[in-house]
Each structure stands twice: as structure tokens, then as C-alpha cells.
Design a protein around this ligand. Structure first.
Ligand SMILES: Nc1ncnc2c1ncn2[C@@H]1O[C@H](COP(=O)(O)OP(=O)(O)OP(=O)(O)O)[C@@H](O)[C@H]1O
Ligand SMILES: [Mg+2]
Length: 222
């Protein structure tokens, strides 16, 4: 699914400008890294692209669908059908196991698709080096393990688009490199468009394009 952003501006509820992006295009199946200092607006952009944040002015189009102006319910539905999200703080359900977290999308889908999601979730978990443990709750997992559970969850429904906020931040170099290779390979195979916020030079280097944001403004794109 391709992305086209035009004259985007995001304001806080109090009307303070947080982010503006004059234009951004990303073709289907391509990868984009978003980099910039802390507080620059990177997560704000990712939230905006996912439709989790209301846009004040401008246009955010995924394929032919304009996100700006949709109702909350319409944006939620679009997200469920098309996007996989990895949040900066993972947002796992503490009282659930790794497998149940990774397969949570099964709860929100049609019965006929549930088994496929659960299977994909446990395949991705084991591929990322985690046993599909259904006994232990995720509270006791390490930061890097939790990060990989969040990635498995985002990929379980095989979304057309993956949006990830610092997915390698808590990983050692070797585990991070393995995850980067996996994410890009699976994106290439599935024609999955991939947008990732990162400080990790290896991940930034591996992406097709890089967008730099500083103080809420785009200062570079290549
Ligand atoms: N609702 C809001 N009201 C006011 N300010 C906000 C709001 N949401 C975000 N901000 C501010 O906007 C700026 C950008 O936040 P954002 O989370 O996008 O930064 P970031 O680039 O992801 O930083 P980090 O690398 O630390 O995660 C921050 O200064 C943040 O405090
Ligand atoms: Mg952030």
C-alpha cells in the first residue's frame, strides 16, 4: 500500500504546532526510516500515519483512502485491516502470555481468520527466538524479549503496512541485526510498506529512504 502525505500539520489539543510535513511519498513495499533528536516529532508522525492522532490540516492517504476526516471508528477499522504497529513502549497486556499478546489480533477478527493469526503469531515468536509460551505472563520478560513480542504481534495479521517505533532499541547488536534482516526481508516478500522510527544507524542504513525531522520540521529526505 502506498503512502502520500500532503501539507500535513499536527497541533496539540491546546493548538501548539507539533509537526509539519509538506510532502512525503512512499511506494508500495518500500521502507522509510524516520530519524531525529528526542522530542523532534517522530512518534507524533508515526501516530498520525496510523490514524491514532487527529490531523489538524492536510492529507494522509494510504492507497486511495484519505485518513483525514474519517471518524474514529473508520480509522480503527482501517488500522485493524491494514496496519501492524510496534509502539515505543510496546504496550503489551501484562496479564497475558507471550503467545496471547502476539496473537491478540485474533480476538478482533472474523472467526475464519483466527487460527491463521494465532499460527502466524507463534511462528513469528519462535522465528524471533522466543518460545510460544502460554504459561508465563509477559511481565517477567526482558526488555528485548518484550520488544520481539510486540513485533510478532504487529506481524500476526500479515498487515499491508508495518509502522514501528524504535523496534531495535532494547536489543543487543546481534539480535537487532537479525530482526532488521527479518523485517526487511518479510517486507520485501509481502510487498509490505515499512515505516520505522529509529536511532539505529544499521536500521536507518538498511531502509530505502530516510526522513529527518528536527523540532517538528522536515530537514532532510533521501
Ligand atoms: N498532546 C501534546 N501536547 C503537547 N505537546 C505534545 C503532545 N504530544 C506530543 N507533544 C510534544 O511534541 C514533541 C514531539 O513528541 P514525540 O513523541 O513525537 O517525539 P519523538 O521525536 O518521538 O521523541 P523521542 O525520540 O524521545 O521518542 C515533544 O516535545 C512532546 O512533548
Ligand atoms: Mg518517540
Amino acid at each position: 500500500m502506498k503512502l502520500r502525505v500532503d501539507a500535513l500539520s499536527v497541533e496539540s489539543p491546546l493548538g501548539q504546532r507539533l509537526l509539519s510535513v509538506p510532502q512525503l511519498d512512499l511506494a508500495t513495499g518500500r521502507s522509510l526510516a524516520i530519524r531525529g533528536p528526542s522530542g523532534a516529532g517522530k512518534s507524533t508522525l508515526l501516530f498520525t500515519l496510523s490514524g491514532l492522532l487527529e490531523v489538524t490540516h492536510g492529507s494522509v492517504k494510504w492507497g486511495d483512502l484519505e485518513l483525514v476526516g474519517l471518524s474514529d471508528a473508520q480509522r480503527t477499522r482501517f488500522r485493524g485491516e491494514n496496519l501492524g504497529l510496534v509502539f515505543q513502549d510496546h504496550l503489551l497486556f501484562e496479564e497475558l502470555s507471550a503467545s496471547d499478546n502476539a496473537g491478540i489480533a485474533a480476538l478482533y477478527t472474523r472467526p475464519a481468520q483466527r487460527a491463521a493469526i494465532t499460527r502466524q503469531a507463534s511462528d513469528t515468536l519462535s522465528h524471533l527466538g522466543l518460545a510460544a509460551d502460554t504459561q508465563r505472563t509477559v511481565t517477567s520478560y526482558s526488555g528485548g524479549e518484550r520488544q520481539r513480542i510486540a513485533v510478532a504481534r504487529a506481524l500476526a495479521a500479515q498487515p499491508k503496512v508495518l509502522l514501528a517505533d524504535e523496534p531495535t532499541a532494547s536489543l543487543d547488536r546481534e539480535t537487532a541485526d537479525a530482526l532488521i534482516a527479518d523485517l526487511l526481508e518479510s517486507a520485501g516478500k509481502a510487498k509490505r510498506t515499512f515505516v520505522v522510527v529509529s536511532h539505529d544507524p544499521a536500521l536507518i542504513e538498511a531502509c530505502d529512504h530516510v526522513l529527518t525531522i528536527e523540532d517538528g520540521e522536515v530537514t532532510g529526505f533521501d
